[in-house]
Design a protein around this ligand. Structure first.
Ligand SMILES: CC(=O)N[C@H]1[C@@H](OP(=O)(O)OP(=O)(O)OC[C@H]2O[C@@H](n3ccc(=O)[nH]c3=O)[C@H](O)[C@@H]2O)O[C@H](CO)[C@@H](O)[C@@H]1O
Length: 370
């Protein structure tokens, strides 16, 4: 591909920014093995744990925190922002970047600034409503905005002209046949094939309320014959689960092979992070969403359309108690027909081609903006 020789990807902080970046990098590599791929990260983000094992070139630039509201004066203000932009610019020059693709997170801002000063094409991928502060700033420098979900353009003025491309997901997920992998997944976790599996994950950092509520309901779940596969989350406190339960309750600190979790799951209990929602729907996993109650209610907006489509259930953070689990979650986990219908509705909403669609959009942008 003559137009594309070097791509710089920017996005960091939590898994929600990094996994789409990596999935997109894989798509670029698959189609254009010769293209140089560089990821920009910040010193403390999860990118430092997640990107090096993939073999992609991760360059860390100095971090700075943007205020929650933005205006153009901001560009004049913090020295640290320009220091970061300078560091990003040096990398763009060194790798002779043809395009910067940003996924949000603080590290995206210096990348957008540096690309803008060099008049390089910029593409922004945004999965939340309202868009994150970093991407909102980037939108001042480019009209090439892609979004993960069909409702986003109607929900935010700044996204009204965005292209809906879906969310780039890992190929271990986009190529997953859940039914085929299920026996291996159950065996892997030491779960039984004859009882339903509740898969609990609070997103890349974990969710304390979810963890504590499910752990407190461990006995009720076990006595109802519901097995639990509980991922605590990368940056969350441990919790206690009784060790004499009659059915398996498996606790893991973090799960890199999420395909095994999704293959084992009959029902998921999760937050409403955008990438999690993209994954559960792409894979047709029925889910109970417990949106994170802070950060602008963005997670409720992610999950609501899936629930409206019949693909899941919403419960408020404060309502997720052991009693709620007993009265609502357990009956659902034991109702195969309802789960099957929810799973089908979820997969009608989801899509698996976000990596390819974003690549197509980036190629068009590079062609147009050069
Ligand atoms: C509290 C907060 O502000 N959360 C935001 C953050 O969520 P967060 O970083 O939790 O991101 P998501 O829930 O969207 O995605 C989590 C990702 O981590 C993966 N995973 C998770 C656990 C695990 O053990 N293994 C694993 O691989 C999931 O498969 C998924 O790919 O970014 C999202 C995307 O911008 C936002 O929508 C969320 O609102």
């Amino acid at each position: 591909m003559g137009l594309l020789r070097s791509v710089v990807l920017a996005g960091g902080g939590t898994g929600g920014h990094i996994y789409p970046l990596l999935a997109f990098a894989d798509a670029v590599k698959r189609h254009f093995p010769e293209v140089r791929i560089t990821a920009l990260g910040s010193p403390k983000g999860m990118e430092n744990e997640l990107i090096p094992p993939t073999g992609y070139d991760l360059r860390v630039i100095p971090a700075f925190q943007l205020p929650r509201s933005i205006n153009l004066n901001l560009i004049r203000t913090p020295d640290r922002m320009w220091k970061s932009a300078h560091a990003a610019g040096k990398i763009l020059d060194e790798v002779q970047a043809d395009v910067v693709v940003g996924f949000g997170g603080y590290v995206s801002v210096p990348a957008y600034l540096a690309a803008w000063r060099r008049e390089l094409p910029i593409v922004i991928h945004e999965v939340n409503v309202p868009p994150g502060v970093a991407n909102r700033m980037g939108m001042r420098f480019t009209k090439n905005v892609a979004v993960g979900f069909p409702q986003q353009p109607q929900m935010a003025e700044s996204l009204k002209d965005a292209r809906v491309v879906g969310v780039p997901l890992r190929t271990s997920l986009t190529r997953l046949d859940r039914a085929a992998l299920r026996p291996q997944a159950l065996h892997h976790f030491g779960l039984r094939p004859d009882l339903p599996v509740l898969f609990v994950s609070g997103g890349s950092s974990g969710a304390r309320t979810v963890n504590l509520a499910v752990a407190a309901a461990a006995k009720r779940l076990a006595h109802a014959g519901v097995q639990v596969l509980h991922v605590q989350g990368g940056r969350n406190d441990p919790f206690e689960v009784p060790n004499d339960l009659p059915v398996p309750y498996v606790v893991l600190p973090y799960l890199s092979d999420m395909q095994l979790g999704y293959a084992a799951a009959d029902l998921m209990l999760c937050r409403g992070g955008a990438i999690t929602v993209a994954e559960t729907t792409a894979l047709g996993v029925p889910a109970i969403y417990v949106p994170y109650p802070f950060s602008n209610q963005e997670q409720k907006r992610n999950a609501q359309p899936v629930v409206d489509a019949g693909g899941g259930v919403l419960v408020d953070n404060d309502d997720l108690t052991p009693e709620w689990i007993e009265q609502h979650l357990i009956p659902l986990a034991r109702d195969r027909h309802r789960l099957a219908a929810m799973g089908q509705a979820a997969s009608r909403y989801g899509r698996r081609d976000g990596d390819e669609a974003l690549l197509q959009f980036v190629l068009e942008a590079v062609e147009k903006d050069r």
